[in-house]
Design a protein around this ligand. Sequence first.
Ligand SMILES: [Fe+2]
Length: 241
Amino acid sequence: MSRETFEYHWGKHHRTYVENLNKQISGTELDGMPLEDIIIATYNKGDILPAFNNAAQAWNHEFFWDSMKPGGGGKPSGDLLDMIERDFGSFEKFAEEFKSTAATQFGSGWAWLAYKANRLDVDNAVNPLASEKDKRLVIVKSPNAVNPLVWDYFPLLTIDVWEHAYYLDFQNRRPDYISTFMEKLVSWDAVSLRLEKAKALAAEREEEEQRKKKEEEEEKLSEGDNVEMYLDSDSDDSEAD
Ligand SMILES: [Fe+2]
């Protein structure tokens, strides 16, 4: 990836998304909200609101830059590699699927590796892999500015496959750009760190849900006790009469 590509892609395209978003939300209720919350609110169950594209593109690009490092590529290790091997068969099979997903996103968009901790449809969107098991790694593609946050997935790695990402260096050869990204640029350290955070957050969320469930059950039980006490005292009264 050349200096010229970075100057255009980061210096002009990414900057424009950020500047346009700031103009769009200035003085609105979105102003001051975390970027992730703006994305989810403006996705609006797929019927997107005006700020969505700029908000998601601002987030996606930041995430994309942090997915790379000079001298990257190679193979991941540790827990990330174990999960890739468990969920895709081998690192080679994963790399093949990731590349072909990125190559076959029709038109502008993104390809993602994500941690899917949620099997059910979420409030915000129809889960594209609802029937797949949860707590696993998945590869997904998304059109235009859409990202896996809207499906309640944890994004771990992304590649920008908008033409502006590769045209200066590779012209129409998107697969060559994708191979260069995978072989020389991916920061597996960044992906590993994101996976650890995603798993910790998902576990926290699960604990919280179980705690709430238990509380609700206990509340129901104690409500049952109250009814009984009331009935008992009621019958005592009638006896006294
Ligand atoms: Fe881009």
